[in-house]
Structure formats: structure tokens, C-alpha cells
Unconditional design. Sequence first.
Lengths: 173, 366
Amino acid sequence: MEDADLILAARAGDQEALSKLLIARQTKLYKTAYLYVHTQADALDVVQETSLRALLSIGKLRQPQYFDTWLIRILINVAQKVYRQQTNTIPFVPEITGDSTLTDLHADLMSDLAMIPENFRVVLILFYFNDLEVEEIARVLRIPAGTVRSRLTRGRKMLRERGAVYREYRLER
Amino acid sequence: MQFIVNIDWKDESEKILVPKDDVSQAIKLGIIAGRKEKIKRRRRLVLLSVAAALLLFATRTTPVLIQAGGIVPSIQQLLDHDSRQTPHFDPTMNELLGDPTKLNQYQTLDLPTKRITGLTIQVKGALTSAGVAAVVVDYTGAKISPTGLRQQRLELAVNGQPINDVEQNIQQVAIGHYRSILAFYVTGVDLKQSSQLAISIGHLNGSREKVSLPLVLLRFADVQTNEPNLTITSNKPSLTAKLIQIQQTTNSMVVRYQVSFDRTQFSKAELQQYYAAAWLSEATVYQNDQKVGELNLGVSGQQIKRETNGSITTLTYESVFSTHLSSGAELAKNQTIIFKLMLPGVANQRITVGQFKMNTNLLIDR
């Protein structure tokens, strides 16, 4: 079954169809969540809560073609909530996975992203890691495209000014 | 010294390790939790509808009671937002009984009261839909214990057949006045005939007393009976199954089906399993080969008869389904319902015997 059919079926109440759609996007969902909340456990929580909320609200998805936008919006909302709970409890320490495939640059980049204020970080994540265009990010976050552009610029500036990546390496894009 | 680095964002993204099994599991858990939450929300909505139905009903039939401040507080308090009073309240049952537009399902009852240890008990009314019924029971007296009422031992029987699962919700109407709703599935009866409901209450109000209430006549309005006579034959295991009858009312239907097999073809262990159960629990609705949803299941695989003829045993079962789709849509003409029939197998693995395919025009001809 094509994605479009699965989306229609999911909207009609077919939970298996929704499950298939989510599984097909699991890598993207997890990575986006991980970039936002920085730990595997929290990222998995975000994915789980996103699935729950998706199931509860798929019936209200009016334009199936915006399924991905809709889904990522749910995930961002959940991640924000988890992140805010995190920041009220413990300071962030970047998680280095066991097989140490993370390079120094990658670890620095992860730490830098964690330092960037939420509003700017989410735009950077969606732009660089989710490959969304400015217009799409605007749709996900329900903010004007101009605001997305300015947050992107300011987010990059923050990375440059505060981040280890830019301090220790000279970056070009 | 500084390096000149071009960040390859895609490459950096790929360095994030994805624990795929855990992520899949998280998605599945989320879906399961969502399903439960959905049921919980529907339950709240339906309880609200039940209350609205009761209010409308009461307004139409007993305005004096409302003016006396009797029924309105009761309705408000029947809303159980946190499911604290009715943790097992059945969403399909609620859906079937909770539609305020189906007030004709109500029967106002004027049955004698029972008085025992300072407590007066009276069955006030009944609600029915094919395969499901509920009665409203009022308790009045000076020393009513809500906890005692909730812990009462209820024994219900329809036409002499005991009802195993009874859902109950109790709330206060006024000082010294409590109201309970007892809801349950009804199978194995001819819905066109009135059925006799016997109610017996043990540990009454937390005491050691037991009381039997006057018999209640349950009537099912506008019952339509169809006999689709659909047959499936399965070689694994070797048996024949028939969908023999559907009794329906506006919101629900009772599906009667039979499973027949030759006892000489099976081991004792297999026979034990086949005697025990046959489930018709899934009813998926398709339109032009596109799935549009599933019918909400009330209860499945209620065995109502066992017959033997030589080496052939025939077991008759009933399942109750709502005629509303889980997606909230209504069943429409020119759709196909596929009922899946399953039997118990080894190691808790169910065997799918086959599927009955039925056109909805059989159900919707009005």
C-alpha cells in the first residue's frame, strides 16, 4: 500500500496503517527527538509519546499530504515538553554511545546544539538534519517564514560565537 | 591551530545511532497507549451521552422528579471523568447505550419496590440495544453506604441464564438517594421476544442481607433478523463454519454462528480446545477494496448451544458488535464486512479458520 493510502486508512481509524507509517519514519523521528533531548532514553520517550498523540489526533488531519509536517510538529511539541522537564532537573551532558563512532566534531556539534536556546535549536535541527525547507519549517512550527529565516541566521551565529565547533574548527558550509 | 571543516550535516546526522528495535518498540507502545487513551476518552464522551440521554429521558417523562431536584444531580454525578468508579466500564457497551438520540430504547418501568433493613430498592427503567441492556436501580434510605453499594454481590440472569459480567456505576442523587446503572451483554435470546431479567443483590448495602428484585421484562425495539447463511469450510482444522443469523437494532447486532466438526478427526486435546471457544471478534469493513474501519466489538464467542449428531458436534456461538465503525463513521450501503473466525490453537496461538464476507446491504435495507 502506498503512503497516501496508508495515511487515508490511518485517518479512518486503521491503527496498523498508522503503525506502518510511523515505523517507516522511525529513523527520522528518533534522530529529531535525540537532537532535541540529547539522550537515548528521552528520545525513545518522545517517540512513544508522539505515536500516542498521533493515534489520538490522526482523525483530525485534514490534509493528508501534510502528514509528515503534522507528525514532526507533534514530535517537536512532545520533545519541547520533555526538554523543559529535563532542564528543570539536571544539566545536560552529551551522551556518547558505546561503540564510539562519534567523532570529536560530532560530539562538539551535539554539545553546541544543546546550548542553543530552544527556539533557535529547533529551526537548526529541522533545517540541517531533517532537510526541511524554510517554508516547511514555518508550517511545522506555525510561525512566519521570515521568522524561520531570522532564527536560522541567529542560530548559526550563536553556534559560531558560543560553540566549540566554531571555536576549535573553522567551518564553512 | 584551526582545521578548516565543512560540516556535512547529512553525515553528522548519520552518525547518530538509531536503536531501531527500541524505536519500533516505542512506536508500538505509543500506539497501544493511544488505543487505551482513545477508549478512555470515548468512555468519557459516552458517559456524557448517557447522562444527556437520561436527562432528556427524564425531562420527557418525569419532570416532577427534576423539579424535586432528584435526577439532575444524579446525572451530573454519573459522569465519571477519572474512571474511578467504573474502572472496567465497557466502551462499546457505553457507546451502544449512550446515544441520546435513541431514546426509544428506554423502557420506563413501574415495578414494585423492595424494602429491607431500612432500604428501599426499585428498578426504575431499562435501556436496550441488540445484545446489550442496562437497568437503572434506585436506592433510598437513611443509612446508605456508597462503598457498601459498590461492593454488593450482583447476580443477574436473563431467561434463567446467568450473566457473568455486569458493569455497574453508582452515584448519589440526593441525600439518602443513590442510583445505579447495571449494564451487561445479552446473548442466546430471541430479541423479538421479551426476556425476563432476574436481579439478586447480595451483601446489600454492605450488610449480610440478600434481596431478589421483581422480574424485569426486557424488550428490544425494532429488531430486524437476517439469515445470511454464509459457509466456510476449512481443512486445517477440518471443520465447517456457518454464519447463520444476525439480529440487529439501530446501533448494534448480534451475530450468531456455528462451528461443526467430526470428533473422530481430532485428538482429545484438540477437541477440548474446539469445545472451549470459537471467536468472531474482528469485523473489518471495506468499500471498493479499501478498508474503512472496524466494527466495535462488544462481546465475542458466547457459546449458546452444543449439539451432537453421530460423530458430528455443532457448537453455536454469538458475538455482539456495534454497527458503528471504530473510526466514528457509520456503516453504509455497498460495503463489505469481513468477519474473521478463529479457534484456539496450541501454545495460545489462534487458528484463523476463515472469513465470512457479507454485503452491508443485507443489514441496511431501510
